[in-house]
Design a protein around this ligand. Structure first.
Ligand SMILES: Cc1ncc(COP(=O)(O)O)c(C=O)c1O
Length: 386
């Protein structure tokens, strides 16, 4: 299979190979240029106009809406995946006895906000399902649901195990049991398409700085309108309700606006030009290429890696085919004690993967090439433990 080459739109990488998009996605060149422009606006603050204060967040919202198949008015702008997760944990109107189901071993930002909720004393119980295999199955979820289960929350693609869960199947179980299905899509969105209108999810939270190639400190949340309307959470941010120009008038009749929709819950400081201007450019760049095409590219890199890896020495721990295969490849030397040394050998050779939970993780995305994969394979297959 031929692999397209998008690498000229990124970098320069100065001879290094970045195979750790599951940690940080690199900023495309076009986005870096927009970041520089944002810096220049701040150097000459008369360029920070009211139009730009409103326009930059609107541009991000519009681009994100196109990514997940909704209008801009449904996007809540955030700074992380944790932001949206806290909004949900703190805003859902709980009743004593309600139960939240999670998956043991999930990424901490999926677990901690709910653990915090259970400590708050409102009578909400949090239970973590311990999957019998690496990935939770639909039957396991069904078996763990009780009449008290109100929410099931999980990651889509597991950060440390690399499997992608079947959102359609899990969501169908949640729907038929009246359970709210909340998904952290951070390790999938950008590397594969997701349309929230066609998928039985009730809310998603996502970082902007991995597969969406934005700066660190970006993220968003989306939730179904019924869930949004049900939130009981005091957030009344002045810049969501007014503009700086409104300050020129007397504010004697200040009232709360009730017509804001999702943006009522935007993170404070949405006109954070340094982050949101380049992030908007990154998302628009990805949208121009298209997520189906990006997924084909990314998966061809994963295939090349899996085909080239010496299986006499390495065990692949993440799914090697089918829809549960993601762009996060987890592997271990057959002598796992060597993984740390191999991770260091990769870095010494200028190849940046990750060392997670004792395993090695390779996570290629759009900017990577076949040559990047071959370079990683050369170090891995050539590693001499002696
Ligand atoms: C699945 C997942 N969610 C979230 C994050 C980051 O969380 P946050 O944006 O809340 O810091 C990571 C990794 O950094 C992750 O792997």
């Amino acid at each position: 299979m031929t692999t397209e080459n998008f690498s000229a739109d990124f970098g320069p990488f100065h001879g290094k190979t970045w195979l750790n998009c599951a940690h940080q996605g690199p900023l495309p060149k076009a986005s870096a240029a927009e970041a520089r422009e944002a810096v220049s606006w701040k150097q000459t603050p008369y360029e920070l106009t009211t139009e730009r204060f409103g326009g930059v967040p609107e541009r991000v919202r519009t681009a994100l809406g196109r990514v997940i198949g909704v209008g801009p008015e449904e996007i809540i702008l955030g700074n992380s995946a944790s932001y949206g997760m806290h909004l949900l944990a703190n805003g859902i109107p709980w009743k004593p006895g309600d139960e939240v189901l999670l998956v043991k071993g999930d990424f901490p930002s999926v677990l901690l906000p709910w653990m915090g909720l259970s400590k708050r004393g409102g009578g909400v119980t949090v239970r973590q399902i311990d999957p019998s295999e690496t990935a939770l199955t639909v039957d396991e979820l069904r078996a763990h649901l009780t009449p008290a289960t109100r929410v099931f929350c999980t990651t889509w693609v597991h950060s440390f195990r690399g499997h992608a869960l079947d959102l359609d199947a899990l969501g169908a179980v949640c729907r038929s049991n009246g359970v709210t299905f909340i998904v952290n899509t951070s390790q999938g969105l950008g590397a594969r398409p997701l349309n929230v209108r066609e998928t039985p999810v009730d809310a998603i939270t996502n970082v902007g700085f991995k597969w969406l190639c934005g700066p660190y400190g970006t993220g968003f949340c989306w939730m179904r309108s019924e869930l949004l309307d049900s939130l009981d959470y005091n957030q009344a941010y002045w810049l969501s309700m007014l503009t700086a120009d409104d300050l020129s008038k007397p504010l004697d009749d200040l009232t709360l606006r009730e017509d804001l929709g999702a943006r009522k819950y935007d993170v404070f400081g949405t006109a954070n030009f340094f982050n949101f201007k380049p992030w908007a450019a990154s998302i628009e760049y990805l949208l121009d290429i298209g997520f189906e095409r990006i997924a084909v590219h990314d998966q061809s890199l994963v295939s090349r890696f899996l085909e080239g890896l010496d299986r006499n020495r390495y065990v692949v721990q993440s799914p090697i085919d089918g829809p549960s295969r993601s762009t996060l490849v987890l592997l271990s030397h057959k002598k796992p004690d060597l993984n740390e040394k191999i991770y260091t050998a990769l870095i010494d050779a200028g190849v940046y993967g990750a060392h997670r939970g004792g395993s090695l993780r390779i996570a290629p995305h759009l900017y990577n090439t076949n040559a990047d994969i071959d370079r990683a394979l050369e170090v891995l297959n050539g590693f001499d433990s002696g």
